[in-house]
Design a protein around this ligand. Sequence first.
Ligand code: FES
Ligand SMILES: [Fe+2]
Length: 448
Amino acid sequence: MRKQIYTAPMSTTDEIDKLSGEDWMAAKAYTDPDIFKLEMEQIFRRAWIFIGHDSQVPNAGDFIRTRMGVDEILLVRQLDGSLRVLANNCTHRGTRLCAIAGGNTKSFVCPYHAWGFALDGVLTAVPDIGSYPGTFDIKDRSLHLTSAARVGSYRGFVFASKVAAGPSLSDFLGRMTEAIDNLIDRAPDGKIEIEGGHFSVRYPGNWKLHHENANDTVHPGYVHESSVTSARKTEGGVTRQDELVDRGQTKGMMASNGLTSKDWNAIELNGFPQGHSFMGGFYKSGLLAPQQSDPVTETYREALENTHGKEKTAKILGMDRFNNLVWPNLNVNAQFHQIRVVHPIAVNETIIEGYCFRLKGAPDEIFHRAVRFLGTLVSPASMIFSDDLEIFGRVQVGLESGSLERLDNRRGVATDQKTGDGLQSTTSSELPLRTQAKAWRKWMDSKV
Ligand code: FES
Ligand SMILES: [Fe+2]
């Protein structure tokens, strides 16, 4: 897409080996702006990056403005129903083309000199074109908005790569498709739609810190101690009106991080060669838990059983994997009908977005429960996520001080077990971190 402006020499295996090993990452990989630029080139330009969901652009002319690494892009539904990922920069003088978050349009018109681009990025209108020399050809492809070389979708989850070569989307996703399948299976009508707005939080730290933390099973007992303690303090107290509406879901979530280390150790962790990982469930209670028996859940379960039958419904609702991390920028939480998206902004700045799905055919209340869960877990006012964001900032400050050369990822390395093409651990292992570091090395190596 955008012309490559970074001119640093391409990486070599030797150089990458100095930045990361089997069980460590160099601090520089989190603090050096040149390494960040290389990550944008090697990973966020070449790998399959999550862009959005089909339901955000259902009709011809629908578009959203989002990011692919540091570059702003437009995801646009074409007249023939296909999707394109276009650079959001005018080819005249580089102006940011579209400033709104999304909408429906017949074309994109630059706010500066009104060059007009069709939905597929082709330049179709140039005011006062007669004053250009004969060498100016409106049909010249270099004047079209640049378009991602590959756009692929897995059941409505849209990914893009700016290069034509590389693994297929299906090879890239591997077993992570199971999480997407499970999310869709939870909809009685077999359809899901992103609905409402989304939460967006910005933290002063490197983008890798988010995925590295998400499946870390040691930090919750310490980092989230204050919310666990607050939730426990209210046990047996006076029930307030907001708790009646919430039916204890928020309190339950806040308390869920308070497992004993023995319990955390029993949570299964899985890592895959593509860099992906997921953990077993630990939010065992609350309004979206499968064992709920309130009228809304019963109506929902009945609708699912009409579609799938009793046995399959129990399996679908019973899949409690938490944080299905699709490396490098997506987190699917099927059980709670939501996703998180990671947008690197700078070496020490990252935006996380949280979106919620409506399950078609499920009662309204199920959607509201998921929104409430998202608000408690990922919103800027979350009493849980704000703890993590604070830690990311502290890690970044620590690493930037230069006091540490390497980050240690050795926890649990001796007990990881091979399973199929991946690794599994039932101790509090740093397996997900090693998995991510391995994928990072692979993509950062120019020869791959
Ligand atoms: S910069 Fe876009 S038309 Fe001139
Ligand atoms: Fe956390």
